[in-house]
Design a protein around this ligand. Structure first.
Ligand code: ADP
Ligand code: MG
Length: 290
């Protein structure tokens, strides 16, 4: 497991530059809105002309395809079990957005003990050549392999609601990842905020905990309001950013996407020597361990 995870990390480190970025959408607590955020965020990124693929990592309980009203024959599980190629399990959604379903109906649990992680690496190698963003919609619970995956990706979007338990769990998750990779970029987002103040306080609390206890700077994306439109869009099986283009929550989502894209552009122009240096160091270390 450890060696495989190192290989995945190296692959993802190599992706810095022209190849696609890997971004995981995570939360401590479940049900905070990761899947709905991922789908709408990806839809808008794709509308901006970015090549985007979503990997639904909620294997056996995936809902990314359900959010856009599609039934899928194959899922990531079929690929990871070695039955199909990664392109055979990939589907096309709105705005030329691509997605790989986590599959539904539970089925048998996926066994990660064999070459499953290697297959994930291979898939990643293939996807990073064809897409600008590879978004991992993480499932519920922190399993061994999902934590390894989180340590390996380039960037993490952390979603929390304003509830103290959600904030605490989000912090614990970031603390764990930061311990394994202190260079990781974290984006913070509050979802289901009842007031602007509540949203601001939530992301600020997370940010100041990261600053104070871990000396870590994060990028605050902002907050999305509690809005019945989200539930409505889930029932209608069309992302709200498509069916309700003028709704306030869609406008906020658009601003969040802009902030995400422009932060990246800022970063590209900033001196990044220390990051490159560390990346090199890391690959030397992981080579030593292989
Ligand atoms: N901003 C929001 N306002 C209202 N309801 C929301 C919002 N975001 C998510 N929800 C609702 O919360 C529930 C969980 O969302 P989901 O995206 O499936 O969360 P997760 O993927 O984190 O488990 C869904 O019923 C969804 O409709
Ligand atoms: Mg989900």
């Amino acid at each position: 497991m450890r060696d495989q995870a190192e290989k995945l990390r190296m692959k993802m480190l190599e992706s810095e530059g022209a190849l696609g970025k890997s971004i995981a959408v995570v939360s401590g607590k479940g049900g905070v809105g990761k899947s709905n955020f991922t789908m709408n965020f990806a839809t808008l990124l794709a509308k901006e002309g970015k090549r985007v693929v979503i990997l639904d990592m909620d294997i056996g309980m995936g809902n990314i395809h359900i959010l856009i009203g599609k039934s899928v024959q194959y899922s990531l599980k079929d690929y990871l079990e070695g039955n199909l190629t990664i392109t055979e399990v990939m589907y096309e959604g709105p705005n030329d957005l691509h997605y790989i379903s986590g599959g539904s109906g539970m089925g048998s649990l996926l066994d990660w003990s064999g070459n499953t992680f290697d297959l994930l690496i291979e898939a990643f190698e293939h996807l990073q050549k064809s897409f600008d963003y590879i978004l991992f919609d993480m499932g519920a619970g922190a399993t061994n392999w999902s934590l390894e995956l989180l340590v390996s990706v380039d960037e993490i979007i952390v979603i929390s609601t304003a509830e103290p338990t959600a904030i605490m769990d989000a912090y614990s998750m970031m603390k764990y990842i930061n311990l394994k990779d202190s260079q990781k970029t974290f984006y913070l987002l509050c979802n289901r905020a009842f007031t602007v103040e509540e949203g601001r306080e939530t992301v600020n609390r997370l940010h100041s905990a990261m600053n104070k206890f871990l000396k870590k700077e994060c990028v605050i994306l902002g907050s999305l309001p509690e809005d019945p439109i989200v539930r409505k869009a889930v029932r209608e099986q069309v992302p709200f950013t498509i069916s309700y283009p003028d709704a306030p929550i869609t406008k906020t989502m658009r601003q969040i996407v802009q902030r995400f894209i422009h932060h990246r552009e800022d970063e590209v122009h900033a001196p990044i020597e220390s990051k490159n240096f560390l990346s090199k160091l890391k690959s030397i270390f992981s080579k030593g361990r292989d």
